[in-house]
Design a protein around this ligand. Structure first.
Ligand code: PMP
Length: 366
């Protein structure tokens, strides 16, 4: 069996050690004689898995005690609705920072539920969304119930290089494509959510980390499945949770703790991203269109400047075992997603391929 380097933006690679552990436990978890996939969520074994997953994430991110951790379903996209349904509690207005397609989707969804404004946007950048907006406290309405942002923009390869100052207004962040890639001060945020399928687990699980005082204020017509209070009171088991994905998340959290926690994860991620960006910065065949100060450490976007060559690149890279390098359908070019589980050797192989491709495919105007 030969495993490839999978640069998919999500679902994406999982750490090999984690897959091997899951494989070893697949038929029989502990001594219970069955797979986690076959296990009732109302058993002591599964409850222990859920509690261990929560404890490990709390430790990893140093989540303060006044924050609840929820293991939900519906993807990050469901949070685009859950957030306004739960948090538009006082003034029914919220401000959104639009820095890419997902924050725009979140904004459009929230508009169904209240007075929602775009406080700042980088849609007008050239190319669009190739930077993140600079914000200051006065950009936000003082009576906003919350400010929403997307911390890492998966499609455009940008990341906020700062945490917006919102004063007393709760800050909500979609961290789907950067969660647990480096340490983050959770206390600066009122709520963090993330689809798990990039850095955490297989698809089907959504993490929500929410400050306690924001739980219990949902609109009366909020579906129970979207009401944080129901989820907190039922320990994320109002209904059947995504059991196997939670189990995989637990293994991933424990794997990161075993290698030295998020400081070590960050060191590894920075080393991988530097290898690729340093190469991009020291040649002229490929262009990295993103504003340097907000380059993502997780999603690295680059183009040849010729759509046909881009297509050829993705096709030949795939044949060489470097999979899913085609950029998002809305932006084209290439995107290398180098999440936690991508080994350094995978990025080395990519850079070697990029050099080879550039020498074999000279541009006509060069
Ligand atoms: N936000 C971000 C930053 C994403 O990258 C994605 C998915 N790629 C989403 C939200 C949507 O997530 P989901 O598919 O889990 O709904």
């Amino acid at each position: 069996m030969k495993r490839v380097y999978n640069f998919s933006a999500g679902p994406s690679m999982l750490p090999l050690e984690v897959l091997e552990k899951a494989q070893a436990e697949l038929l029989c978890y502990g001594d219970c004689g069955m797979s986690v996939m076959e296990m009732s969520h109302r058993t002591p074994e599964f409850e222990a898995i859920l509690n261990d997953a929560e404890a490990a994430l709390r430790k990893l991110l140093d989540v303060p005690q006044n924050y609840k951790i929820l293991f939900l379903q519906g993807g990050a996209s469901t949070q685009f609705a859950s957030v306004p349904l739960n948090l538009l509690s006082e003034h029914k207005c919220a401000d959104y920072i639009v820095s890419g397609q997902f924050s725009k989707k979140a904004y459009l969804e929230a508009k169904k539920y209240g007075d929602i404004a775009i406080a700042a946007s980088s849609a007008g950048a050239t190319p669009t969304f190739s930077t993140v907006p600079e914000t200051k406290r006065s950009d936000f309405r003082p009576d906003a119930d919350y400010v929403h942002m997307c911390f890492n923009n998966t499609i455009y390869g940008t990341k906020f290089h700062y945490i917006p100052d919102t004063g007393n207004i709760p800050l909500v962040a979609d961290m789907s494509s950067c969660i647990i890639s480096e340490p983050i001060d959770v206390s600066k945020f009122a709520l963090i959510y993330a689809g798990a399928q990039k850095n955490v687990a297989p698809a089907g699980l959504t993490l929500v980390i929410v400050r306690e005082d924001l739980v219990g204020n949902a609109r009366p017509d909020t579906p129970a499945m979207l009401d944080y209070k129901e989820m907190v009171e039922n320990n994320s088991m109002y209904n059947t949770p995504p059991c196997f994905a939670i189990y995989m998340a637990k293994l991933v959290f424990e794997w990161i703790l075993s290698i030295g926690g998020l400081e070590e994860m960050k060191r590894r991620n920075e080393k991988k991203a530097s290898l690729l960006y340093d190469y991009l910065d020291n040649q002229s065949y490929y262009t990295a269109p993103v504003d340097k100060k907000c380059r993502s450490m997780m999603n690295v976007v680059f183009v040849t400047g010729d759509a046909e060559l881009d297509k050829k690149f993705a096709k030949e890279a795939s044949a060489a075992g470097l999979k899913n390098l085609k950029g998002h359908r809305s932006v084209g070019g290439m995107r290398a997603s180098i999440y936690n589980a991508m080994p350094y050797e995978g990025v080395e192989a990519l850079v070697a391929f990029m050099k080879k491709f550039a020498s074999e495919n000279p541009k006509l105007d060069a």
